[in-house]
Write a protein that binds this ligand. Sequence first.
Ligand code: SF4
Length: 58
Amino acid sequence: MIVVNPHHCPQNHPCPVVYRCPVGAIEQENYFSAPSINKEKCTDCGLCTRFCGVFQEQ
Ligand code: SF4
């Protein structure tokens, strides 16, 4: 399962990984919040973990 560790995110910029997810499962409420993963869409492909350490395999 892929999870977000918000403590590793400075939460001060648009998350570039939002546009990397092939199924659009990564959401960011605003530019000052950490991204989150929509578990109903996520396929656990692990792609996001290659772009940012905030996304981690658990
Ligand atoms: S594991 Fe894959 S499907 Fe899930 S959020 Fe990351 S890139 Fe998207």
